[in-house]
Ligand binder design. Structure first.
Ligand SMILES: Cc1ncc(C[n+]2csc(CCOP(=O)(O)OP(=O)(O)O)c2C)c(N)n1
Length: 673
């Protein structure tokens, strides 16, 4: 069993129970150290799964760290992608990678992405992070093995909250139907998820009876008793004729007293003090070179920063946010505006907010916080975006005003057909929040960075789409969509704090763009600009226009400042907060009056750019009028882990990139003149 030499088939190392226990302990330490160095990540669930991980990588699975793609290896599928650091220390302890390197976790350019990506690190079998997909992948792998006459096993690690995803049960049915005895699923039953206890968020028990009824063999164990874990994995391997699930009772945060059974430690990383305390409890204070490894992480970070800065467009001075004494700006996450609006408008008895196990961080829970009378209109449906979307349609059909929200990748992509058929085709009054959208969600990495959601949402008939530019505008937009606008509606906002560039007096009219003009450099950034409805803006013979959405509006404003200071160019910025229905008139006027239109979106280029250039090319009134267009946005690539503002640079969606593009287009315009 276990670690093999794939050429000879010989076992290269066997571990005793005591050695496995010791390995699990050491892995807990490296895991917490990596999380501390990253400054984010999931402590609770990685710790609950660690004894199983040690047993799996060092004892149960047959694989060869020197030959990670050995065709006869057992596959280990991390369906529970947020526990990626657990996977990495599993690979590290087994020798697939150096344990020390894992300290670069979640940093820009690291193979140790926030959620696993098989194309970045040998030994990682699949890319995961969107819960509930791993068992389906395992079914595919198991069927492929059967077709190829191979006898390896496919181990699939899942969480108990993850069992709320309907897809898990489709896969369970398939595995049972095909008698896939090459699948061994392991459920880390720590009984907690993000919003609290699984039984309260959405009960999944009795899991043993459920899996049995789907034709599975069920083995229940204490997931922290190493002997039981090892025995269960051996027994599972011997089962014939049906898939096996090991239900492992565990404790979230296991091994560190102040993390154990605490929902708050789900998506949290320890600071240095907490790390030291944790390592002391684990008896590892002397065994792990904390300072040396944190210094290694810092060196990796410094190199990433150096490379990034070298790639940035440079001007005569540093225009970055709050880099100078003037043009100071306050920052706040746009999501806060969403929560504020729900808190203030949620008294309307028709409003029903649907929880999808990410309630605090997307602020949808502000709807009921401190307002017990609203509790009955808060409906937790767990990690089940597809069903929740159709349930929202049902609520709306009965006259309610449902609000659903999650990471935009899960609330506007995973459930796309439900949005399309049950909500949009039926033309029902549902507000969908695409939270944590764009690359600025940062270290979580590609799986959590929605960069395509606007394509989907804009493409749906009946759907309205709003992408507000700051927290203040998000509040106004949410209030409008909630209570004024009837029909399917999508609001997109972000997690990271971004500049506040509007105030209570700034106009917000659904479907109407705002025109923003730089007046003069000021102490406060927001005071340097004048904003009015685009329809009320008189032509000032500006040199160019920038049409921006969401957090790209502040970047466009900063670009206008750079362009004025460095080149004397005058810029008309259009804040196109309502992307659908689009303010065609404002765009066509900007094209006609300035001759250059640059679009800026924190999204794959196209949701905004192609719509705007389509309007321009189809406009009869612009026939024969020279208009140059340019697009700033993500260039057909997936996101990556990194700090939010690093990613703004890496994906070339900063003011500096807009300004650089403007200079390029101005040169063209002058040439044509
Ligand atoms: C499809 C999908 N929806 C939502 C999330 C956000 N999310 C990450 S972890 C998590 C809770 C997972 O709970 P559980 O499976 O019990 O894992 P554990 O509590 O052991 O960490 C959620 C909702 C996600 N990653 N994927």
């Amino acid at each position: 069993m276990a670690l093999k030499d794939s050429r000879t088939g010989k076992t290269t190392r066997s571990y005793s129970i005591d050695e496995l226990k010791d390995a699990a302990n050491l892995m807990r330490g490296y895991n917490l150290l990596a999380l501390c160095a990253a400054g984010s990540g999931h402590a609770g669930g990685t710790l609950s799964l660690m004894d199983i991980t040690a047993a799996l990588y060092l004892d149960a699975a047959e694989h060869d760290p020197k030959n990670p793609s050995w065709p006869d290896r057992d596959r280990i599928i991390w369906s529970t992608g947020h526990k990626a650091p657990g996977l990495y220390v599993g690979l590290g302890i087994a020798g697939f990678c150096a344990l020390d390197d894992i300290v670069t976790l979640r940093k820009l350019g690291s193979p140790f992405q926030g959620h696993p990506h098989w194309l970045k690190l040998p030994g990682v079998e699949i890319s995961s992070g969107s819960l509930g997909q791993g068992l389906s992948v395992s079914v595919g792998m198991a069927l492929a093995a059967r077709l190829d006459g191979k006898h390896h096993k496919i181990f699939c690690l899942m969480g108990d909250g993850e069992q709320q995803e309907g897809e898990v049960w489709e896969a369970a049915m398939e595995a049972g139907h095909f008698h896939l005895d090459n699948i061994i699923a392991i459920i880390d039953r720590n009984r907690l998820q993000i919003d609290g206890w699984v039984k309260d968020v959405m009960n999944v028990e009795p899991l043993d009876a459920k899996y049995r009824s789907f034709g599975w063999e069920v083995i229940s164990i204490d997931g922290h008793d190493m002997q039981q874990v090892v025995d269960a994995l051996r027994r599972a391997r011997a089962v014939e004729g049906k898939p096996v699930v090991i239900l492992a009772d565990t404790i979230k945060g296991k091994g560190v007293s102040f993390m154990e059974n605490q929902a708050g430690w789900h998506g949290k990383s320890p600071n240095r003090q907490e790390l030291d305390a944790a390592l002391k409890e684990l008896g590892l204070a002397e065994r792990i070179d904390v300072d040396g490894l944190l210094a290694k992480a810092q060196r990796f970070q410094d190199e990433a920063t150096r490379k990034l800065d070298a790639k940035m467009p440079h001007f005569s001075r540093d225009y970055w946010w709050n880099a100078g004494v003037t043009m100071q700006v306050k920052m706040e996450p746009t999501r806060k505006g969403f929560g504020r609006a729900l808190a203030e408008s949620g008294g309307d008895e028709r409003i029903v907010c649907v929880g999808l196990d990410i309630s605090g961080s997307i602020t949808i829970s502000d709807f009921y916080t401190g307002k017990p009378e609203r509790a009955k209109r808060w409906i937790s449906l767990g990690i089940a975006e597809q069903s929740a979307t159709a349930a929202a349609a049902g609520l709306a059909r009965e006259g309610k005003l449902p609000v659903i929200g999650s990471y935009a990748t899960f609330s506007a992509a995973r459930n796309l057909d439900q949005v399309r058929t049950s909500i949009c085709y039926a033309n029902l009054n549902v507000l969908i929040a695409g939270a944590h959208a764009g690359i600025s969600v940062g270290p979580d990495g590609a799986t959590h960075q929605a960069l395509e959601d606007l394509f989907a949402m804009m493409g749906l008939p009946n759907m309205s789409v709003v992408v507000p530019c700051d927290a203040v505008e998000t509040r106004k937009a949410t209030n409008h969509l909630l209570l004024q606008h009837v029909g399917p509606k999508y609001i997109r906002f972000a997690r990271e704090a971004t500049p506040i560039v509007t105030d209570e007096t700034t106009p917000f009219v659904f479907g109407k763009a705002n025109a923003i003009r730089l007046r003069k450099e000021s102490a406060n950034f927001v005071d340097a600009f004048e904003t009015r409805l685009a329809s009320e803006h008189k032509d000032e013979r500006e040199d160019l226009s920038i049409v921006a959405i969401g957090p790209m509006v502040p970047e466009a404003m900063r670009a206008a400042f750079i362009l004025k200071q460095e080149y004397g160019y005058e810029t008309r910025v259009l804040n196109l907060h309502t992307l659908k229905p689009i303010d065609a008139e404002a765009i066509l006027r900007a094209a006609r009056e300035t001759g250059i239109v640059i679009t800026a979106e924190e999204h794959q280029i196209g949701a905004l750019a192609w719509r705007v250039s389509g309007l321009i090319t189809e406009s009869h009134e612009l026939y024969g009028v020279p208009v140059i267009t340019g697009a700033i946005g993500v260039k057909d690539r997936f996101g990556e882990s990194g700090a939010p503002w690093e990613l703004v640079k890496e994906f070339e969606v900063s003011a500096e990139h807009i300004a650089q593009k403007a200079v390029e287009l101005m040169a063209l315009k002058k040439k044509g003149a």
